[in-house]
Design a protein around this ligand. Structure first.
Ligand code: PMP
Length: 362
């Protein structure tokens, strides 16, 4: 059906229709109060309940142990590129930064303002395909305050599916484009952070999940609005929180629960991504340049061997009802971001279009 539009944007990105309809229904009249939840004080009982519920739903879905705290913060994941060193360095002067692509490298660059990052390159090529070294081969530094990495590089579509298992190392993960898309073992990490605008909700908020023993390492120059202990003491309300995205994301998490939780979501996400990769691998017309083990289930990147067709692909896919497929300018080509809310029907429609396009221009 050409009239149904599927939005493959990398973030802000598609939200479940069911959630958008609920927002639309209750936006002007929250629980028959005659006003909107985004018009009331963040200190009101109504909003505090929403925030409490959101935290509960994170705990439930990710099975977060009691000794981990949850913080909601402003400033996106980029804000955390500063907050992480400012909160975790303590007396250390070094930190390990795994470089697997654009975002993990950007985090390392920002950290230079506060420490000396030990940048560890883990990308290689094998038969013209990108591969990521397995964690056993990461050359980590015992004098580092923590090790930062990004399990899903949103721009390149590179994923590290392996979970970290390093003794005596504080692992920090930028989960911006993968949190809530699969099951993870929170206990493997010191800090997990993610900005909301992919699998969690509208942009504006960042969630931080931190092991409580790491809370006392902040530098005195750390701005209060990024200081984890301060944020916790004030129940993530040191300043006015992003009430709209907090409200909507709570509905998104409830939707994930209804869908069967992360186990079910993960299965569906893998199935969806594999359908596209299979289609790409079965032709010479489309190319994905990442080895199978490191392919993202969230951001499927691909190109057409004949680059002169790029413009036409975007134009015709748009008319077909497939929006926002343009790849990030750093890598070019195309990117289908297929977060939790993308239904299988959207994937089938994309594959159908890719086949039609190939036939027409091959
Ligand atoms: N890290 C990753 C993995 C991302 O995908 C993004 C943004 N898409 C960022 C960091 C930056 O996020 P923000 O714009 O919320 O600062």
């Amino acid at each position: 059906n050409k009239d149904v539009v599927y939005n493959f944007s990398a973030g802000p990105s598609m939200l479940p229709k069911e959630v958008l309809k609920k927002v639309q229904m209750e936006l002007c009249n929250w629980k028959n109060s005659g006003k909107s939840i985004i018009e009331v004080s963040h200190r009101s009982q109504d909003f505090e309940l929403v925030l409490e519920e959101l935290e509960y739903n994170f705990r439930f879905l990710l099975n977060i142990p009691k000794n981990y705290k949850i913080i909601f913060c402003h400033g996106g994941a980029r804000g955390q590129f500063s907050a992480i060193p400012l909160n975790l360095l303590g007396n250390y002067t070094n930190a390990d930064y795994i470089n697997s692509g654009h975002w993990s490298y950007a985090a390392a660059v920002e950290s230079r303002k506060y420490c000396t990052p030990n940048i560890i390159n883990i990308k290689n090529k094998c038969n013209k395909k990108i591969l990521i070294f397995s964690m056993n081969d990461w050359k980590i530094n015992s004098k580092s305050a923590y090790l930062h990495y990004c399990p899903n590089e949103t721009i390149e579509g590179i994923a590290i599916h392996e979970e970290p298992n390093f003794e005596n190392t504080v692992i920090v993960g930028d989960f911006s484009s993968t949190l809530l898309s699969r099951v993870i073992d929170v206990r493997k990490y010191g800090v997990i952070y993610a900005s909301f605008q992919k699998n969690i909700g509208p942009s504006g908020t960042t969630v931080i999940i931190i092991r409580e023993d790491l809370l006392h390492r902040s530098k005195s120059i750390c701005p209060s609005i990024l200081n984890y202990s301060k944020l916790l003491q004030s129940n993530s309300m040191f300043n006015t929180p992003t009430t709209f995205s907090i409200y909507v994301s709570n509905l998104v998490l409830k939707w994930i629960k209804k869908k069967g939780g992360l186990k079910e979501i993960e299965k569906k996400n893998q199935e969806k991504a594999n359908l596209i990769y299979e289609m790409i691998d079965n032709t010479d017309f489309y190319v994905n340049n990442i080895i199978e083990n490191n392919r993202s289930f969230m951001n499927v990147t691909f190109s057409i061997s004949n680059h002169s067709l790029n413009h036409l692909f975007l134009k015709e896919s748009y008319s077909f009802g497939l929006h926002c497929l343009k790849g990030h300018s750093i890598v070019g080509g195309f990117r289908a971001s297929i977060y939790n809310s993308m239904p299988k029907k959207g994937i089938i429609k994309l594959i159908k279009f890719m086949k039609i396009f190939k036939k027409k221009y091959k």
